[in-house]
Ligand binder design. Structure first.
Ligand SMILES: Nc1ncnc2c1ncn2[C@@H]1O[C@H](COP(=O)(O)OP(=O)(O)OP(=O)(O)O)[C@@H](O)[C@H]1O
Ligand SMILES: [Mg+2]
Length: 617
């Protein structure tokens, strides 16, 4: 995984899982007493059986009138005891299930919420399929550890184990020794394999995570897989990844098969010893037949659950490894955080300033932006133009605090944006990104995203302004139509218009249009530009564009060249100082050159000339 928190060993993961019980301490204490009572009754039942047998043996020797009464009373007690213990165990199981399911939900939600809070750098590195898979498996692992392994198969048998040990020690230490002596031998053998199995479990876990990461990646790119006829190949990749994941798993299973056999041998030896000793004591007159049967029954009470240990211990380790992956997501810290004394940012009034800002992406030695300084007056429009990959999106991402710059500062009305709350900063900004991501929800929910209180009429007004209403109303269920996974049932242009409507509805102080019309045809682009110009009115706008015509109304233009920002200024200033600007201007003119030949102006261009070829009125 991409998490870079230190990994913990199985025992510290288990300790951490147990601390989760703390939140419902009283419930678990109560449940402990319930299972204690049930176990006490379980241990008492063989004593009643002993009484029945001894009475029977007695009555065979000397006939007694009270034998029948004793038998009936004992049978009634055994029956009642069985019912009570069953009911108590049902209550215990249900209450435990409820409490542990709550813990599972809480920890999974907390890890998911933390995943959402993490910074953009983490999300860019992370594989969401892998993370979501590990949260799911981690949550289930916490449940399995607390409910299945500990709650069901360790605590109740442990109580019985201690109870039987105490009873046997007081009644017959030799029998106690033969019942319990094999247990440490067995634990020693299993324990020796623990370290080895631990490493194997991690390897297995990593193997299956790789499978789910790959399958998520393939599933989310299924259209590309089909277009390139790679179905067979991708299926083969899945098979080979699964084979790779299964290899350590099979090795682990073989190891545990050996352990199981050793364990059966040890348990069988213990059983034979109890039988032999018990029989010898009966023959020597040191105990009754009933007591001999009691010892065998008590031994069964202890050995049944101990046999489970060979299944439980690997299960515990496997699930500890899975829970660890969840804790890693939970412990991951964002590098973009609100300072403890951060206060809300007031609505933008005066200006946005980039002051000597330098930024490079983690792991990259190249500055994406180097020493950038400029000021934007509130209410004005800034155009960011230039070649692909020169840092335009990076600049607006810094404004949104998707990342923090390594040097310099970004100030809004004189306040460093690192000293304000991220929520208040982002509430003032709406972005129409290059690729609009939609949720698998209705059109209306997508437009109103981040704006829960939006009314239906304002949603349709926003859609109308974004020129989206026509195609929305043509859809099967209009605004209530589902847009499919990531909005893939819509065209690129339609998705973009929904993105624009979403920004309109947000009514932001600062608007960022990152190639917001790149998927649109010339006619729609022109109309959308009119709409966005209306939207831009009275707001501060950052417009990223590849075509100069898109930004001819900008008050300020930032030109990105091959080596960072090449020039900053008004249109009229840039012709003479920026080669990139001149190239873009010429390209823009070439579009119109089909109509009339154009020769590069010798001096400052006439911006009115752009009008006939630009798509903006
Ligand atoms: N998450 C990232 N990690 C590392 N490098 C990145 C990351 N995002 C962008 N870059 C690099 O930073 C540089 C600037 O990228 P940016 O996305 O800002 O370019 P752009 O000007 O918006 O390009 P385009 O016009 O194609 O959208 C590019 O070289 C890009 O490869
Ligand atoms: Mg970009």
């Amino acid at each position: 995984m991409v998490c870079n928190v230190p990994s913990q060993n199985a025992s510290s993961v288990l300790r951490r899982v147990f601390t989760l019980l703390g939140g419902a301490r009283h419930t678990f204490i109560l449940l402990f007493f319930v299972v204690l009572t049930a176990s006490g009754i379980d241990i008492a039942v063989p004593f009643l059986t002993r009484q029945v047998i001894d009475r029977l043996v007695d009555s065979l020797k000397h006939s007694s009138s009270s034998t029948f009464t004793t038998l009936i009373t004992s049978a009634a007690f055994i029956f009642a005891g069985t019912i009570v213990t069953r009911v108590l165990r049902s209550v215990y199981n249900y209450r435990l299930f409820k409490a542990v399911a709550k813990i599972e939900d809480r920890i999974k939600t907390a890890a998911f919420a933390n995943f959402l809070r993490l910074d953009t750098a983490f999300h860019t590195r992370a594989n969401s399929g892998e993370i979501i898979g590990s949260l799911d498996r981690g949550g289930t692992a916490v449940f399995v550890i607390l409910y299945e392994v500990v709650g069901q198969n360790l605590v109740p048998p442990m109580i019985v184990f201690i109870g039987v040990l105490a009873v046997l020690l007081s009644k017959n230490p030799w029998i106690a020794l033969s019942v319990f002596l094999p247990v440490p031998i067995y634990l020693l053998i299993v324990g020796r394999l623990t370290g080895k199995m631990n490493l194997l479990e991690h390897e297995i876990s990593r193997g299956f995570e790789a499978v789910s990461k790959e399958s998520y990646d393939i599933a989310s790119n299924v259209a590309t897989v089909k277009k390139f006829s790679q179905e067979e190949r991708e299926a083969e990749t899945q098979t080979s990844l699964l084979v790779k994941a299964r290899t350590p798993q099979l090795y682990g299973e073989r190891t545990w098969a050996c352990v199981e056999n050793v364990q059966t041998l040890v348990a069988a030896a213990g059983r034979v010893a109890v039988l032999a000793l018990g029989a010898a004591f009966v023959l020597n007159g040191k105990c009754t037949v009933g007591e001999c049967v009691l010892f065998i029954a008590l031994q069964d009470l202890v050995y049944g659950p101990i046999n489970q240990l060979s299944i439980l211990l690997p299960k515990l380790r496997r699930n500890a490894a899975r829970a660890q992956s969840l804790f890693e997501v939970l412990d991951q810290r964002s590098s973009v955080i609100d300072k403890p004394n951060a206060t809300p940012l007031q609505p933008l009034q005066r200006c946005i300033e980039f002051r000597n800002v330098s930024f490079r992406y983690g792991g990259s030695s190249r500055w994406a932006l180097k020493n950038v300084s400029f000021k934007v007056q509130a209410g004005s429009t800034v155009a960011l133009i230039g070649k692909s990959g020169t840092g335009k999106s990076t600049l607006v991402n810094l404004l949104l605090r998707c990342y923090d710059p390594q040097q310099g500062a970004i100030l809004i009305d004189g306040r460093d944006i690192r000293s304000v709350t991220q929520d208040s900063l982002r509430k003032q900004i709406a972005v129409v990104p290059q690729e609009v991501d939609l949720f698998s929800r209705t059109v209306s929910e997508n437009i109103a995203y981040g704006n829960d209180s939006a009314r239906a009429d304002s949603i349709s007004e926003a859609a109308r302004l974004a020129l989206a209403e026509d195609f929305i109303l043509r859809m099967h269920r209009g605004y209530a139509s589902q847009v499919g996974e990531r909005g893939l049932s819509l065209s690129g242009g339609e998705r973009q218009r929904i993105g624009i409507a979403r920004a309109i509805l947000r009514d932001p102080r600062i608007l960022v249009l990152d190639e917001a019309t790149s998927h649109l045809d010339a006619d729609s682009e022109q109309k959308i530009q009119q709409a966005t110009e209306e939207l831009a009115d009275g707001r501060t706008c950052f417009v990223i564009a590849h075509r100069l015509s898109t930004v001819r109304n900008a008050d300020m233009v930032i030109v990105f060249g091959d080596n960072g920002i090449e020039a900053i200024g008004a249109h009229s200033e840039l012709w003479s100082i920026s080669p990139t600007y001149r190239t873009l201007y010429s390209l823009n003119m070439d579009l119109g050159a089909a109509k009339e030949a154009f020769s590069e102006p010798a001096s400052e261009p006439d911006y009115e000339e752009l009008a006939p070829i630009s798509r903006v009125a």
